[in-house]
Design a protein around this ligand. Structure first.
Ligand SMILES: [Zn+2]
Length: 335
């Protein structure tokens, strides 16, 4: 890549970080920051490994992002009700801490990564993907494919280094054609989003377009319901972004669905999927999709993996009154 472009990309990352920090988006009262950043610098990061049919699945962490205060992030909800729900669940009421769970799938000699984290563009509490990968015994050159759920910066941020170089040199990159078309258009329609700073969304869009342009030589676009690598079925779940995709991971009779950014809180959005998320591009469509997918997941009792749900993001969905609840999987021992 020409040096100038590298420099522009680097500068834009710095600028984005600064602007996000100013808005309280990046380092929004990261109440665990001091502890976690310091702790994880000197410690091995844990990973969670299990089998799904013939596949070996590993969950690693890219860190976490703290949303604080809770409003305006779940904008269709009532602040008092949201705080009450958090209190009843023994959670802090001043912030929702988003996990950054990254799924790795080993299928024979193929090693497939689902999303790539922030790449450090959201501050020191995330961007841990490479360190986590190393602690799980793998290195970037071993990754053969990367599947992107949608093109937000906390999912594509790890594709390129700060200087614009490919972090995973041997990997093909796969993304929804709908998602790609949305971000590559000269302008994006953010009129149905409840994100307060529309100017910042435009800055995001420019940065996203630059990344998508850079990765073009390695990029493969998929259509709705495509099967990739004979173990992934890609299903459009629009609203968070137009091409936001959930991934059915399957092997033999076993199945798990990676719901990507369908849910940004286990406590708030399962009982109240209509409360929405301010990061949704079309908040109404996202709520409709969220309700439809939750109904199916509860009915089919499918195992679920959530990118932003509490570590390691694995569980099931159950109906509860008029809404749903998240039943996290628990384990007798670490690993
Ligand atoms: Zn996300």
């Amino acid at each position: 890549m020409p040096l100038l472009l590298q420099q522009i990309m680097y500068m834009e990352r710095r600028m984005l970080l600064k602007r996000m920090a100013l808005l309280g988006l990046a380092a929004a009262i990261p109440f665990k920051q001091t502890l976690s950043a310091a702790f994880f610098k000197s410690s091995k990061r844990p990973f969670h490994r299990f089998n799904l049919g013939e596949l070996e699945l590993t969950v690693i962490t890219d860190g976490h992002i703290s949303l604080s205060p809770v409003q305006p992030h779940f904008p269709n909800g009532n602040e008092a009700q949201e705080k009450e729900l958090l209190r009843k669940s023994f959670r802090p009421t001043e912030a929702v801490d988003l996990g950054m769970n990254i799924l790795l799938i080993k299928k024979g000699t193929e090693l497939i990564l689902l999303d790539t984290g922030t790449g450090g563009s959201f501050g020191p509490d995330s961007g841990w993907l490479l360190a986590s990968l190393s602690d799980a015994g793998m290195e970037p050159a071993q990754i053969t494919a990367i599947v992107i759920s949608h093109a937000h910066p906390d999912h594509i941020g790890g594709l390129l280094s700060a200087t614009g170089a490919f972090v995973f040199p041997n990997a093909t990159i796969h993304m929804s054609a709908v998602e790609h078309a949305f971000w590559m258009a000269p302008q994006q329609d953010f009129s149905k989003s409840k994100f307060q700073d529309k100017k910042l969304l435009e800055t995001f869009a420019t940065a996203i377009r630059k990344v998508l342009t850079t990765i073009q030589p390695k990029l493969h676009l998929f259509q709705n319901n495509s099967i990739l690598f004979n173990c992934l079925r890609m299903q459009l779940a629009p609203g968070h972004t137009p091409g936001h995709t959930i991934t059915y991971v399957f092997s033999g009779k076993e199945e798990m669905v990676h719901i990507a950014d369908l849910m940004h809180s286990d406590v708030l959005l399962f009982p109240h999927p209509e409360w929405g998320f301010d990061g949704d591009t079309d908040i109404q469509l996202a709520a409709t999709t969220r309700k439809q997918v939750l109904a199916i997941l509860a009915q089919t009792q499918t195992k679920v993996f959530g990118y932003h749900l509490p570590w390691p993001g694995i569980g099931h969905v159950r109906t509860q009154g008029e809404g749903y609840e998240w039943i996290a999987e628990t384990y007798a021992f670490p690993g």
